[in-house]
Design a binder for this molecule. Sequence first.
Ligand code: PLP
Length: 388
Amino acid sequence: MSSQDTGAAAPARIPVMIPWLGEDEARAAADAVLSGWVAQGPRVAEFERAFAERVGAEHGIAVSSCTTALHLSLIALDLGPGDEVVVPSLSFIATANAVRYVGAQPVFADVEEATGNLTPATVDAVRTPRTKAVIAVHQGGVPADVHALRAACADRGLALVEDAACGIGATVGGKPVGQGALLAAWSFHPRKVITTGEGGMVTTDDAAWAERLRRLREHGMNVSAAQRHASSKPIAESYLEVGYNYRMTDIQAAVGLVQLGKLDEIVARRRFLAARYAQLLAGVPGLTPIRDPSHGEGNFQSYWVLLAEDFPVGRDELLAALAEAGISARRGIMASHLEPAYAGHGAAALPVTERITRDSLILPLFHTMTEEQQDRVVAALRAQAGGG
Ligand SMILES: *Cc1c(COP(=O)(O)O)cnc(C)c1O
């Protein structure tokens, strides 16, 4: 980020997101390096325990990303060619791609406008006899109505995987997102609420799945490197099935443990800034900000606004005007079915998805954002909204 300081009092550019990392994370990473154990080891095990406990799950299996967490979750469900998995098109493309990794077919469902999430009705609209599972996304940290979705999936004999890449710290009915999930997949990419640089996690209450996923992330080995290290006798490992190298490093986990300790503070700050945005934006015509659904509370990992159909400028023009004012905003959540990777894939009509992806934008929101920065964003939006 260059400020191109000309001596004038040009305010610094406002980023859309920056992770809240500091000395504590740097020290934890240095300690891991100095310990000599840098690959998957004791810190990964500790991070798994702490993370699972925080989200109310029995088991945590740390992996290299949410994408690999989703891949392993679908393997746990034994999905493959001939099976269909219902996913929202309105998601980061990894949600749909993971289905293709196991040879199954992603089937795109629409979302509800208020949350950007699947509902039992949008799933039912595209379900067929080949449908085996559903991946519900907690989009942008807005919790999906998992109680309704779990009940609907149970009724129809479908497995429900939760793509909780953005969901850490969000709640449903006062309980953390992840609690009671069959399989939930999490991300620690810097764009998410807490980060390990890159990284992911699967959480589940099922001990047999947990054991298999631990094996699959480590080449299918029946003995982990950590177990081998801890044993006084040599242990010969064997490879029980074709696995992957989807491991997390102890350096990442060390950072993750510090970040997890800051989670409550981060979510509280994001919710404060989101509430303040909502208040300020109420005075700007033609913008509908994302807000908490009635069934839960979000973490506002992404704070988006939907433009009215008659907003005076188009979304891309609005993004350009914000950029001109030194503000980095982003187009709204992508729609996977519109990308070249899914050309010819076929999809039902997805009118809400297409409207949200076309007419929404994500505003800057990060832990260290100041109220003055937020006021600048609102002023720049107001200048484009017309009507003073
Ligand atoms: C970011 C994201 C992913 C991918 O996470 P990675 O850790 O980068 O693999 C998957 N699904 C959703 C909904 C995301 O937002």
